[in-house]
Design a protein around this ligand. Sequence first.
Ligand code: C5P
Length: 392
Amino acid sequence: MRIVVGVAGGIAAYKAVGVARELVLLGHDVHVVATEAALRFVGRPTLEAISRNPVETDLFDGVAEVRHVALGQSADLIVVAPATANTLAKLAAGIADDLLGTTILASTAPLVVAPAMHTEMWQNAATVANVATLRDRGVHVVGPASGQLTGSDSGPGRMAEPSEIVDAALATLRVQDLVGRRVVVTAGGTREPLDPVRFLGNRSSGRQGVALAEAARDRGAEVVLLAAHLEVPAPSGVRTRTVETALELREAVQEEFASADALVMAAAVADFRPEQVQDSKIKKDAHPEKLQLELVRNPDILAETAASAREGQRVIGFAAETEPDADALLEIGRAKAARKGADHLVLNKVGWREGFAQEHNAVVIVSRAGDIVTEASGSKREVADAILDLLV
Ligand code: C5P
């Protein structure tokens, strides 16, 4: 993808280096267009080295190649980070007195801006009106976040983090086939307390669930992530609720699914919980030989949610199994699909080295009737998209 990174003159320009860097590492052809003011904050050599392309600023560079429009015409995406109050005003008015302005006016590619300025400037009526104008025109605005600003002040106006800007920018290029849909994703593994310091848990890292949440977000869905002990960061642009136990997860699923279009249960939910949770730490001296734990069954959240789903609500479950034989694994999956009553069941093999905490996954997806609907393998993100294709 050919991506233009526009850099305007604000302190946050140093973070534009991170934006360009991430895009380059993802394999994109990145061209930085900096304003004169931006180059007073970050040096041209840094931007050129990081983007691996010459950095353009001047309207009168490369006039023979009609440089002032060529970059814009050939761009697949334009990201302006930071977008200062001044740059937002110029964009809103269509002013093209520098290369960034002409590049943007000459482009039909998605435009993503990441505002960065002091709170007073962000909240000024002029800026508010300019941002509204840009949004009306379909410009994507990422952030700003609220937090520590350049001086001792803090509040809204801090530029979004580079990874958030990159995620939001690339999302504009993806199919938006879940717009207007509300998707609830569960991720991670529940923990059932034994006493104040110990729990029964499992090895789920939450990677597949987080990939599902990100994929649904990027396809335009409003996403709620119910997170049980993730080993990976929760994604931006998704509402995350953390839960500890299966019973807490059940309550959260019930609350969130009521107004949702779909539930994808990627979390590994404990089937049992200790019958008694001790108020103080279990002492080994009290159990010289053996400690016997009494466990009781947890409710099957997937089965009960599938049973209560309204017309049009979709429920997708997972089944992680250690069965080594592919045919036997499929049979287990079919039986489980029938028992759980979900629309689809995603079947994957797990083991000491398979499935958990890996970047890749390989799954077979069966319908409630037990038919194989699709098979997918690759990164957890690719598997996530294959699962969402079924929802669509
Ligand atoms: O029965 P099993 O644990 O293999 O089923 C896995 C699927 O059921 C997963 O989607 C998991 O999130 C869900 N599940 C559940 N409630 C439980 C146990 C599993 O919703 N108590």
